[in-house]
Design a protein around this ligand. Structure first.
Ligand code: BG6
Length: 469
């Protein structure tokens, strides 16, 4: 096992305390991957080491699903804390001393900070020669806020690290259901034989949340749900579902397949936006028996223009998917938390019986992870294989991959570039055409007008959980 140093920038932030530290504690508990590691928490609010540690442990504790206090203690003993003011040369010299670059330990830099800080962090790392070949960098989404800003940030990252050292994380790719989409298709040749426009009528992806903006008002209001959820999680899901099957499940072949899909997304332009996009914001009301504020009351100083719900009707212009609508919807303060993919197949004959129920394949992403099908096929369900094994959190899985230097479930720059290019076209169309901001009651499935997207094709939203037929 190689020796490893992990440096967590933004180490006292929400992501680190809620997800990353618990994931590391779970990895430590369940494997020997971290047996020879050190962890450095780089944060801005460290005044007193002991005080910081006590407060830190208290914030992490509620997020540890199975780690014992002893395990957390073990992790904390492996952990150093450093106050890192990005502008202070002293701090970088201290980091350099901590790393003692003369040795050849593996280094993982995790940037759990907003992406506008990525470039200056990289410049400092390079300036202090802290980027040896055995170092890797993990960056959170969204990378930038449009193609131009993403390309600028990525340019600096790429001057510092080679593509093989860069792990662009999208935590949806760590979810068990998404990791099993390609295995499902590979292990079921009968299903794969139906995986095209001749057999598939439409594809729907629903990602609904009950949470609201949760204190992230400034960022979420500026970028909206289109950039927070669609540019990354939803497009990655679309790409995995619809890519051509690679010969081997290697990082480069999977990425190539996804890139082809992302580059084939039909642009949504000012002429087509009104029939392909519905956006909304929640108003005040009740959800799960609790009174909740409306979006406009929550955002205080921000402009209040960010959409908290978005539904899209999209097309992939390839032979395989010609004419198959893909409907996406995602939003906050909705009826329940649900992640689901529903693939509806075409009727068996050209003149189907009016009572014939559509045949569907449903892939549940969360809260359950399952595959349900009413196709006349015996399906081998790769998700059932792991039924009795512990379900790992997405961050835990992905961190394990970074430690093992496996880029399969990380995003290549070309994918991000294609996604932003497509999203930017939508943003430009929105500048020309006023897409009305619908208001929706919390605890519903979002704006009523979202039904118009599938209805224009004679279809309707269908989710096993959130809709009733
Ligand atoms: C994040 C978004 O990437 O994903 C959040 O920034 C969102 O706004 C979250 O709440 C949803 O993740 P999950 O795993 O809870 O569906």
């Amino acid at each position: 096992m190689r020796q490893l140093d992990i440096i967590l920038f933004g180490g006292s932030g929400d992501l680190a305390t809620r997800k990353l530290i618990p994931a590391l504690a779970h990895i430590m508990q369940n494997s020997d991957l971290l047996d020879h590691s050190r962890l450095l928490i780089a944060a801005q609010d460290v005044r007193d080491d002991q005080e910081f540690r006590t407060a830190f442990a208290a914030r992490i504790a509620p997020h540890l699903s199975e780690t014992t206090p002893e395990q957390l203690d073990r992790l904390m003993r492996r952990m150093d804390v450093m106050s890192l003011d990005l502008r202070a040369e002293d701090a970088w010299r201290s980091l350099s001393d901590w790393l003692s670059p003369a040795n050849d330990r593996d280094i993982i830099y995790y940037f759990a900070v907003p992406s506008f800080l990525f470039a200056s962090l990289c410049r400092k790392i390079r300036q202090h020669n802290l980027n040896p070949p055995q170092s890797r960098i993990v960056v959170e989404k969204p990378l930038g806020e449009d193609l131009t800003s993403a390309a600028e940030i990525n340019g600096v990252i790429s001057e510092t690290f080679a593509e093989t050292q860069i792990f662009r994380i999208d935590h949806y790719l760590g979810k068990t259901a998404l990791q099993n989409i390609l295995p499902l298709r590979i292990q079921n040749p009968g299903l794969e034989a139906l995986w095209h426009a001749d057999s598939i009528d439409n594809i729907q992806i629903t990602l609904t949340e009950t949470v609201g903006v949760e204190g992230r008002t400034e960022l979420l209001d500026r970028i909206g749900t289109l950039k927070d959820m669609v540019q990354n999680h939803m497009l990655q899901t679309v790409a995995l579902l619809t890519m051509d099957l690679p010969q081997n499940l290697t990082a480069s072949q999977i990425r190539r397949g996804k890139i082809e899909v992302l580059q084939s997304l039909r642009p949504i332009t000012e002429d087509s936006i009104l029939s392909n996009m519905v956006i909304g914001q929640y108003r005040a009301g009740t959800l799960g028996g609790q009174t909740v504020s409306g979006y406009q009351e929550e955002i205080s100083a921000s402009a209040g223009t960010g959409e908290m719900f978005v539904a899209l009707r999209i097309f992939i212009d390839t032979d395989r998917w010609a004419g198959v609508p893909v409907y996406l919807r995602t939003g906050k303060r909705l009826r329940q938390r649900c992640g689901e993919i529903v693939i509806t197949f075409k009727p068996r004959s050209a003149s189907p019986d009016a009572n014939e129920r559509p045949r569907r394949l449903m892939i549940e992403i969360h809260p359950d992870q399952n595959i349900l099908s009413d196709l006349p096929l015996t399906l081998h369900n790769p998700l059932a294989e792991g039924e009795n094994t512990r379900i790992q959190d997405a961050y835990e899985k992905l961190l394990q991959d970074v430690i093992q230097n496996d880029q399969t479930f990380f995003v290549h720059w070309d994918e991000i570039e294609a996604s932003w290019r497509w999203i930017d076209q939508i943003s430009h169309a929105r500048q020309k055409v006023n897409v009305p901001m619908q208001s929706y009651a919390p605890g519903t499935n979002g704006p009523i007008s979202s039904h118009l997207l599938p209805r224009q094709d004679g279809k309707y939203w269908y989710s096993n959980r959130v809709d009733k037929e």
